[in-house]
Design a protein around this ligand. Structure first.
Ligand code: ARG
Length: 454
């Protein structure tokens, strides 16, 4: 019997059905149902024989979902209905007992929490693998100087290892965010029923243990309404993708002829359909472009949840496509970033030549004056004057004569030329977290420990 006197309109079905995308929750739905059936039997709500029939049917369904032979029917509205329908086909009317003491509202929230947990875990693994690649590249390019930039203007030289390690620290923070997602998804909604609890004395803790949840959600109303763990995943994914986007952007810039700092390997580049000489860093460009998509998913789900009255509303079905696309995009981006960076080549000569730009030592010359007692602000002005005069004459700073130096400040002597000598102004950055080799080595160790320790 049905409450309804006419069939659903085709356009309503197209709008309402979620089977096209929520089928990927299938394995989680089956696992959840197994645990639920076991609990029902342990509480005497169904018999052990019934539980065994349900388990046998669910095992068959798990296999069908795995090998792609699960017979979806055009009438299936969502994965939960499809699995129950199939279970009844396989096991007979006992299949209808599986939904005792359960609603699709707590069921779908539980599937989603399981899905988020699994993929937060996968994100953590991929972040660690990318970080390991960056650590290896930092170690391999420990003392390769290049210019550091502010405003995309050459500012002060740094070691390439130092620059690469900056991304490792971003990833350390990303991993922390995904660890928080693991916690947020460790509260089991199942057992909340439609919204108020169920009419049976169920054993929620047994189910939670079985499914690997650390806690049962303490409020049935919150349990079926809560999608914070999805928001948390999307937020963490958005931030992580933003880091990959900055990394991608630098690889794009650095592989241009103008910079010439690096070259991505052939496996991570494509050619032009018309210009045979070209090698395009498409992977890096796409990493750069994916971030806004992930951030948009986060903001879209905020929009869905905004002002939504408690408890379950069909609006909540809109959590899925945002999450699924975010998961696919992030996991692929992390893998691509890892592969691209593992095989990238840096150009030592070109990096060194640009890092030797003497103007990058301007701060160091100012500090020379500071060490001789001059206030920094005044020293800044004097060095600016030296730079201006060198630029006007079209010569390097080290080509300025001692007379010219004295004209700017009597405190400037031979020491000025020593400061300009190769490398000196990198090794002078001795403060903790700075770019001198000793400090970078120290940092590399800290980064390695941070990544290895969970
Ligand atoms: N497909 C639904 C969703 O994703 C499942 C829950 C349906 N619940 C309901 N009361 N209609 O949210």
């Amino acid at each position: 019997m049905s409450r309804f006197g006419e069939p659903q309109h085709d356009d309503f079905r197209a709008l309402n059905d979620s089977i096209a995308y929520d089928r990927r929750l299938g394995p989680y739905d089956v696992e959840q149902s197994r645990a639920h059936a076991a609990m029902l039997a342990s509480r005497g709500i169904i018999t052990e024989a019934e539980r065994d029939q349900l388990h046998a049917g669910l095992a068959q369904i798990a296999g069908e979902l795995r090998d792609g032979s699960f017979p979806f029917s055009p009438a299936d509205e969502d994965i939960h209905m499809a699995i129950e329908r199939r279970l009844t086909e396989i096991a007979g009317t006992v299949g209808g007992k599986l939904h005792t003491a359960r609603s699709r509202n707590d069921q779908v929230a539980t599937d989603m929490a399981m899905f988020v947990r699994a993929h937060a875990q996968r994100a953590i693994e991929r972040i660690e693998s990318l970080a390991a690649t960056l650590l290896a590249q930092a170690e391999a390019h420990l003392d390769w100087p290049l210019p550091g930039y502010t405003h995309l203007q050459r500012a002060q030289p740094v070691y390439l290892s130092h620059h690469l390690l900056a991304y490792v620290w971003m990833l350390v923070r990303d991993r922390r965010r995904f660890a928080a997602v693991l916690e947020a998804s460790s509260w089991m909604p199942l057992g909340a029923g439609a919204l108020a609890g169920v009419n049976f004395d169920t054993d929620r803790r047994l189910v939670a243990r079985e499914l690997g949840f650390s806690h049962v959600s303490p409020n049935s109303i919150d349990a079926v309404s809560n999608r914070d763990f999805v928001l948390d995943y999307l937020a963490a994914a958005g931030t992580c993708a933003t880091h990959l986007s900055r990394l991608g952007a630098e690889v794009v810039l650095w592989s241009s002829e103008e910079f010439g700092f690096c070259e991505v390997s052939d496996a991570w580049a494509s050619g032009s359909s018309i210009m045979p000489q070209k090698k395009n860093p498409d992977a890096a460009e796409l990493l750069r472009a994916k971030a806004p998509r992930l951030v948009a998913h986060a903001s879209a789900l905020h929009g869905v949840l905004h002002a939504l009255p408690l408890t379950y509303n069909k609006d909540l079905q809109e959590d899925k496509e945002h999450l699924f696309d975010a998961v696919d995009t992030l996991e692929l981006s992390l893998a691509a970033a890892q592969g691209m960076l593992a095989s990238i080549t840096f150009r030592r000569e070109r990096l060194a030549a640009t890092a030797n730009d003497e103007f990058l030592a301007a701060t160091d010359i100012a500090d020379l004056l500071v060490r001789r007692g001059m206030p920094f602000r005044e020293a800044h002005g004097i060095v600016a004057g030296l730079v201006r005069s060198a630029l006007r004459q079209g010569k390097a700073l080290s080509a300025l004569t001692e007379e010219e130096l004295h004209a700017q400040s009597p405190l400037l002597d031979q020491e000025f030329y020593a400061v300009l000598r190769d490398g000196a102004w990198l090794e002078s950055k001795v403060s903790e977290g700075g770019t001198s080799l000793g400090r970078v080595r120290e940092q590399l160790e800290r980064a390695r420990t941070a990544i290895e320790r969970r």
